[in-house]
Design a protein. Structure first.
Length: 185
């Protein structure tokens, strides 16, 4: 008979442990939404995982611009088949930005299909609002450009972005939102 209370206590402890883990996982999922973006195009949605572990200043600035709706309506002004799609310039010329430069945050993270990097001029500390999404491995960019994100879903959408420098009819970012804010009006 003494075993029954011990067994019940063991089950209760195990159940409490499982519930605690589930709660932590839910909290982790909610936290991840703060470091995830939803990029909407006419072709569909692209889900982007931000990488504050690699580029905390770039991620903070991108989220700031996203929350200001800076990127909404901006074109993909430079799209090179087999290389990358570049956007984030409100003028659509490749020369515009938000007016706030960000110092380089280079890492050993490789540029591969789905990697998102900060576009810049020859000056390593000239990145601003422009970014690019790689269509394929681009090893010549490794350690030379800042990686701040990666596409986790929707590369098929990125592949459909109109090609050209600039494209004849450039695709635009319909909206770009931090996932944690996506349901807020």
């Amino acid at each position: 008979m003494r075993r029954l209370p011990s067994l019940a206590a063991g089950f209760a402890l195990a159940a409490a442990f499982v519930l605690a883990l589930a709660g932590a996982a839910h909290a982790q999922d909610k936290g991840d939404l703060e470091n995830m973006l939803y990029l909407e195009t006419a072709h569909g949605r692209v889900t982007i995982k931000l990488r504050p572990d690699l580029a905390p200043n770039h991620v903070a600035r991108v989220k700031e611009l996203v929350r200001q709706k800076f990127y909404d309506g901006t074109p993909f002004h430079r799209v090179i088949d087999g290389f990358m799609a570049q956007g984030g310039d409100p003028t659509g010329t490749g020369t515009g930005g938000s007016g706030k430069k960000i110092k380089a945050e280079f890492s050993k993270e490789p540029f591969k299909r789905g990697t998102i990097g900060a576009a810049r001029s020859q000056n390593p500390d000239s990145a601003d609002s422009q970014f690019f999404i790689c269509f394929a491995r681009a090893q010549w960019l490794d350690g030379q450009y800042t990686v701040w994100g990666e596409v986790t879903d929707g590369m098929d959408v990125v592949d459909k972005i109109a090609k050209g420098e600039p494209p004849a009819k450039p695709d635009k970012i319909v909206s770009l939102r931090v996932a944690a804010d996506a349901d807020k009006k």
